[in-house]
Design a protein around this ligand. Structure first.
Ligand code: C5P
Length: 228
């Protein structure tokens, strides 16, 4: 059972673009923990749905989620994502998959499948797990729960810069509108909506570097486990 975790579980939740991925990855490296990006799992199901032509078919999506072999593979120091043996690390980061992952993640059967997988991956502890519902649903007993926020403009600006870096010429207004839509969907859905756990530490990353935020979280970790 996930409540028998042996090491520390650090849960990092928050809206898209708040800096969760960079912070969680850096934190995991500093602590020597495993980094688990749960958003990548929802993206993988959205990607499979698109490939198989079943994005609007809930049963089809649940079947794909149940059958998929999802793995984090470390290659030359970089974490890559494979599904059924195929490397899809880059393919799941397109604006199209970002848009699709949100409705896919509202499908109860998909969440159920991924919840089992997430608990299995994190149950031994010594993990930094990032998502929307880690502190509220996946590991409500996590010893450290962080809710990372930032203004919508700042989050959209970061995502837009990221997309530009990858060669996309998407307009800023479109990224902002997409993000507003995703925020609304993720916060208002009936199942595992995006919200801070009552015992989480809320950190606003607006004027902070990744290092500043990581440092703050390490201080929180030290408070619950001196070995951090
Ligand atoms: O974090 P990321 O943007 O990669 O997540 C993609 C989508 O997956 C989010 O918009 C959200 O709808 C969903 N998600 C979720 N629960 C999680 C992680 C992600 O519903 N734990």
């Amino acid at each position: 059972m996930h409540s028998d975790a042996k090491g520390l579980i650090v849960a990092i939740d928050g809206p898209a673009g708040a800096g969760k991925s960079s912070v969680a990855r850096t934190l995991a490296e500093r602590l020597g923990y495993t980094y688990i990006d749960t958003g990548a799992m929802y993206r993988a199901v959205a990607w499979l749905g698109l490939c198989n032509g079943v994005v609007g078919d809930e049963e089809g999506l649940v079947r794909l989620a149940a059958d998929m072999k999802f793995e984090f593979v470390r290659q030359e120091g970089v974490q890559r994502i494979t599904v059924n043996g195929r490397d899809i690390t880059g393919e799941i980061r397109t604006p199209e998959i970002s848009r699709l992952a949100s409705p896919v993640s509202a499908v109860a059967g998909v969440r159920k499948q991924l919840l089992t997988l997430q608990r299995r991956l994190g149950e031994q502890g010594d993990v930094v797990m990032e998502g929307r519902d880690i502190g509220t649903v996946v590991f409500p007993e996590a010893q450290v729960k962080i809710f990372l926020v930032a203004s919508i403009e700042e989050r959209a600006r970061r995502r837009w810069l990221e997309l530009q870096d990858r060669g996309s010429d998407v307009r800023f207004e479109l990224v902002l509108a997409d993000m507003e839509e995703r925020d609304k969907r993720d916060s208002s859905r009936a199942l595992a909506p995006l919200r801070p756990a009552p015992d989480s530490v809320i950190i606003n990353s607006d004027d902070k570097s990744i290092d500043d935020v990581v440092h703050e979280i390490i201080t929180v970790c030290e408070g619950v486990m001196p070995k951090c």
